[in-house]
Design a protein. Sequence first.
Length: 578
Amino acid sequence: MFKKFSYILAAVFFALFAFLVLRGSFLDAVENRTFDLRQNMLARTKTPDKNIVIVTVDEASYEYILDTYGEWPLPRDVYAKMINRLQAQGPRIIAFDLMFVKSLKSGAAADAALTKAIAGNNNVYTAMNFDNQSDELRAPAELDKKFTVNVENKSGVDFSDLTFTNCRAILQEILNSTQNVGIINVSRSDDGVLRKMPVFLSYRGDFYPQLALKVGMDYLGIEQKDFTINKNAVKIGDRTIPLDKDGSAILNWYGPAGTYDYIPMYKLLKSEAFDYDFSGKIVYFGTSAASLYDIKTVPTGKLYPGVEVQATYVNNLIEDNFIQKLPRWFTVAVSLAMAGLIWFVIMRFESAFTGSVAALVVYFAYLIAAYAAMRFGSLWVEIIYPLVFAVLAFAGSFIVKYLIKSRDFERQYKLATTDGLTELYNHRYFQEQMQQQINQSKRYGTPFSLIIIDIDNFKTFNDTYGHQAGDSVLRQVAFTLKRNIRATDIACRYGGEEMSIILPNTGEDVAYSTAEKICERVANKKFFFSGDKEANVTVSLGVSTFPQDGDNSTDVIEAADKRLYNAKKGGRNRVGQD
């Protein structure tokens, strides 16, 4: 029974395991939250690259722009002036996390000024994005192949979520004049949190690089058009970007919003306030004013400017520290190992408290290891699946441990109440049951009966055939008794060759007929012993009933004994009478 239950428990355990692994969207969502928690803790230990600065349209700049220019977006020639002013200080790169779509009221001259500023400086980058807008609303743009890269996917990465059918193209004059255009689409998890960013995006059969990837490669001096994805990772120069299953890179965050050096745009627009040194810097232009709708939710904050996401991406590439999420097979292996270790710990300690504390220590040690892996190795080691299976193993081990103890208790109880030779209940148990039957019969006003059995001429049998043959006969007679009584009747070894049967809720007539049946069955049975030897054995029986034969166990037993004596005196092989 215990072994069968163990198999059932193991089957349930692995069924739960399969269900949680295959249908674990809830657990994955919880795991994402643990990633956010770890990133928040780690952000306090990290400092972003000081060569990345952000020129932002914050609330103050937005108000200044409306007051000074009367509109948003800014006239395009204003950006051209800022580019030229910045170039005088020798920035390494200028990148716009802004899309210059269509002409504004400022007109063609302003667009031309911006186009000239971008075309005349090969360190200026601008943005564009893809979408799945209906062809009826917007015809898909034909993009020049100069913006594409060659990607050979030799891994299990699936780009279906990063494949688009339409494009929100920027000014054609800009597209014609430069190849420094990158895509700024983002990748959000199901809970809306932005934890990762695409490396490449697919549009009309071609791959296009993320804007931050192009900026980072330029800063590092990497010139590369051909990329190969092996083992869910892509080499960028001498750096490696691990990819998630959908082709995105998981970012390693540096802190809440405002971690990078921010320069309000109004300071650049007011030349007299422009006193920042941009030499050798990556200068990102973007918005941080909430009213301009480029605010994201990321692991380290709910109000995070999109431009700072781009800066984080570039920072990760420069430092070569993107997060690598360990594969699911590793999580499965760790989960099983954790379950096995917790099981061993609980089964090892006798004390439930000690075992529980030890199990907690094991799991907290794993948590510390997972935190250290992310801090020092940029590895995302999952902690929720191992926790679930640690809990399952914890509960399962306690159940099994309880069953083992229960089985041991039953075994000890059986040894204490059972005769080892005949496997009938022993004399002590007989006396306990007699008293219990007396109490129950008095309480409910019901009778019970007792049969005492003695094997006839048993001493002579032992002298003739030996004690081993006598033991064999005792076992066979006991087996015959158990075969011919009800499940509720209690068969005991009374002592020596005497046996007894307590018959609950049984009157005198039924008890007497049961005794006669047992007498007949024993007399008609062949008893085998010592190989091929056989013999016939008979028994004498005495029957008594409560309450007519006495109101206590002693009197009831004496009445049955007296009738047993009468059966012996009357010739044996019979049920005794008064």
